[in-house]
Design a protein around this ligand. Structure first.
Ligand SMILES: CC(C)(COP(=O)(O)OP(=O)(O)OC[C@H]1O[C@@H](n2cnc3c(N)ncnc32)[C@H](O)[C@@H]1OP(=O)(O)O)[C@@H](O)C(=O)NCCC(=O)NCCS
Length: 89
């Protein structure tokens, strides 16, 4: 049964990540597992060298999931959003 989606928009060497897990399925590790598999797939295919994600500053679940998957905050929050990066290789 589909429970969510992770998407990577390619922009040159960059991959912009976005993710959503169905509300009823959240908090069970699915988001983190999806992120890890998506990062591994980008790494395997070599489609991007830098991964970026944008999360609202108050979206702790999202920020935490990205950080747990190796993303790191870039600078301070701006316009109510936090940018997180993961450099591959
Ligand atoms: C962000 C999202 C994908 C996380 O998916 P999930 O399956 O619930 O996440 P996980 O269960 O894998 O949890 C990831 C981590 O975040 C933590 N977490 C989960 N919900 C949390 C909350 N409300 N507050 C703080 N931390 C939270 C978990 O404890 C886990 O950390 P841990 O391994 O150290 O325990 C999901 O909440 C979602 O779809 N949100 C709406 C869409 C969105 O905001 N997308 C991000 C913008 S691209």
């Amino acid at each position: 049964m589909p429970v969510g989606q992770v998407r990577v928009d390619l922009d040159g060497e960059s991959g912009i990540f976005s993710i959503v897990v169905a509300p009823a399925e959240r908090g069970r590790g699915i988001g983190q597992a999806m992120l890890r598999r998506a990062v591994a797939e980008v790494e395997r295919t070599g489609l991007a060298t830098t991964l970026t994600a944008l999360a609202r500053v108050d979206n702790e679940a999202s920020i935490h999931a990205f950080e747990q998957s190796g993303f790191r905050r870039r600078g301070g929050p701006g316009d109510g959003f936090v940018t997180l990066d993961l450099v591959l290789g």
